[in-house]
Design a protein around this ligand. Sequence first.
Ligand SMILES: [Mg+2]
Length: 260
Amino acid sequence: MKGYFLLICFSLASYLNGEIIETKNFKEITHHIHPETLVILDIDDTLLVPVQTLGTDAWFLSRLDHHFQLKKDHFLALDQALAEWEAIRHITNVKIVEEGTEEIINDMQKENIVIMGLTTQGLALATRTVVQLKSLSIDLSKTAPSDQDSYFINGQNGVLYRQGILFTSGTSKGEALIKLLDMINYHPKDVVFINDKKNNLQDVEKSVELRNMHFIGLRYSYSDQRVANFNQEIAEIQWTHSTFDHLLSDEEASVLLNRD
Ligand SMILES: [Mg+2]
């Protein structure tokens, strides 16, 4: 009886406090939703990734480090690395992170589950990212919590909600999400958020629990191996030898690398 009581207490505590679960497969999300759940999807390294190393999140971090070594100023380095990353993101093709993700999203949308995207991408990429997701048969406007575009200030930056995706421009995902939900007067009891970065999950967890919403975070590890295998030399060759109408593939860069 005592054990049963403790189990109930533990379950209740975990319900109130939410939890972050590690998962390698996107399908895990379907085990944590019900008709009233708000499902939130990260974009980069969760739904899509550039077809080559150039333009990936891992490449962005390497550019950030490169510029910091040169400038010794975090803000100048961040500005420069972001400008380069956005330039490549505008012209790159993308691929789905995990095969079948688009079908899982489409199936949830057919069940009228409320789904939205949440990314730290800046406003300049908003339209491009919507188009890139559509090239992968993902349309996050279908069952989004609002069909109206919204622009508002979060922290130091303007953020944009467009076509079912909230672009937070490097500001807190949790704070931007709560502002949006307040603006559209939508307050779900349960939130499920899938993201490859744990700090983003913790940020949103903190914000939604302050509003007494139950939170489940899925720390999505599918991209971990690819990120760990980031090849600086391949990225350098792609950065140096690509043109506006042809970004070198990893295979093409590898041929050049081995020739030099
Ligand atoms: Mg991500």
